[in-house]
Design a protein around this ligand. Structure first.
Ligand code: G
Ligand code: G
Ligand code: MN
Ligand code: NA
Length: 252
C-alpha cells in the first residue's frame, strides 16, 4: 500500500500518538510546558514526523491529522489539569496548509470548547513561512486566536523569511529560537550575537523567548545569563510518551 493510503488510514486505526517534550522556565527552573510532537506507530515501528508530515502537507492529510493532534493535546491538557493544580502549556505545531485552511479558526474553537479546557493551556507554534503568506489575513487570524485565549509562538525563529517590520503587527506571545543557533553556542560567537539580539528584540516587543535544542548545561547557563525565559532540549528532557510525561510532572 502506498504511504499516502496508509497515512490516510492511520487516524482511523488509531496509529498516531503524541509525545511531549518538556520545557523549563529559567527564572525558577520549573517545568512550564510541553511541546506536543506527533509520531506514527506503523506495524510496531515508530515513524518520525519528519518522514510523513511533508507528505501529509502535500496531500492535504495534514488537515485531519492536525485536527487529531489538537484534540489529543487538549485531551491530555484536560487529564493533567485534573491530576495536578499546576499549570502547563501544551504547544502544538501548526503547518501552513492547516493554518490557511478556510475552517482553521472554526476547527480550533470547536475542539477547544468540546474539550472544556481553558484555551490558555494551548499554544500554537507557527512558522515564519506561515505568517508571511497572506499577511493581512494572517494578522486578523492571529488576533482572533489570541482573543479566544490561545498563546501563539513563532517556531524556528530566525531561519525563515519573515520581515521584522511585520513582527510588530502580528499578535503573538513568544519567539522560539531555532536550534541551529543553539547547537554550537559559545560566548562571543556569531551565534551568541544572534541569540542575544533575538532575546532583546523579543523582550523589547513584550514577547517571551524560548530556546530550542539545548543539550548542555553550558548552553543553558549562557541563555540564562542573557535573560532567555525558557529552554527546551535534550538537556532538560527528550520527547516523552504521555505516561512518561506524566511521571516527569510528578518528578519535577
Ligand atoms: O519530533 P521531531 O522529533 O522529530 O519533529 C520533527 C519535525 O516535525 C519538527 O519540525 C516538528 O515541528 C514537526 N512536527 C512534529 N509534530 C508535528 C505536528 O503535530 N504537526 C506538524 N505540522 N508538525 C509536527
Ligand atoms: O521544528 P520543531 O522545532 O517543532 O522540531 C523540534 C525537533 O527538534 C524535534 O524533532 C525534536 O525531537 C528535536 N529536538 C528537540 N530537542 C533537541 C535537542 O536538544 N537536540 C536535537 N538535536 N534535536 C532536538
Ligand atoms: Mn515546534
Ligand atoms: Na523549532
Amino acid at each position: 500500500l502506498a504511504l499516502e493510503a496508509q497515512l490516510r488510514h492511520a487516524i482511523e486505526r488509531n496509529e498516531l500518538e503524541l509525545h511531549f517534550q518538556p520545557q523549563q522556565g529559567l527564572t525558577d527552573d520549573r517545568l512550564v510546558g510541553f511541546e506536543a510532537l506527533v509520531r506514527w506507530r506503523r506495524n510496531g515501528e515508530l515513524i518520525s514526523p519528519a518522514d510523513f508530515i511533508p507528505l501529509a502537507e502535500e496531500s492535504g492529510l495534514i488537515v485531519p491529522i492536525g485536527d487529531w493532534v489538537l484534540a489529543e493535546a487538549c485531551r491530555q491538557a484536560k487529564i493533567w489539569s485534573l491530576e495536578t493544580p499546576r499549570k502547563f502549556v501544551i504547544a502544538v505545531n501548526i503547518s501552513p496548509r492547516q493554518f490557511h485552511h478556510p475552517s482553521f479558526l472554526r476547527r480550533v474553537t470547536t475542539t477547544l470548547s468540546e474539550s472544556m479546557i481553558d484555551p490558555s493551556f494551548i499554544e500554537l507554534e507557527i512558522t515564519e513561512g506561515i505568517v508571511m503568506r497572506d499577511v493581512e489575513r494572517t494578522i486578523e487570524l492571529l488576533e482572533d486566536l489570541r482573543k479566544r485565549g490561545l498563546t501563539l509562538a513563532i517556531d524556528d525563529f530566525g531561519t525563515g523569511y519573515s520581515s521584522l517590520a511585520y513582527l510588530k503587527r502580528f499578535s503573538i506571545d513568544k519567539l522560539k529560537i531555532d536550534q541551529s543557533f543553539i547547537r554550537h553556542l559559545r560566548p562571543n560567537s556569531e551565534d551568541a550575537a544572534i541569540v542575544q539580539a533575538v532575546i532583546n528584540l523579543g523582550h523589547h516587543l513584550g514577547l517571551s523567548v524560548i530556546a530550542e535544542g539545548v543539550e548542555t548545561v553550558t548552553q543553558r547557563e549562557l541563555l540564562r545569563a542573557w535573560g532567555c525565559d525558557e529552554i527546551q532540549g535534550y538537556f532538560y528532557g527528550r520527547p516523552l510518551s504521555a505516561d512518561k510525561a506524566t511521571q516527569f510532572i510528578f518528578d519535577n
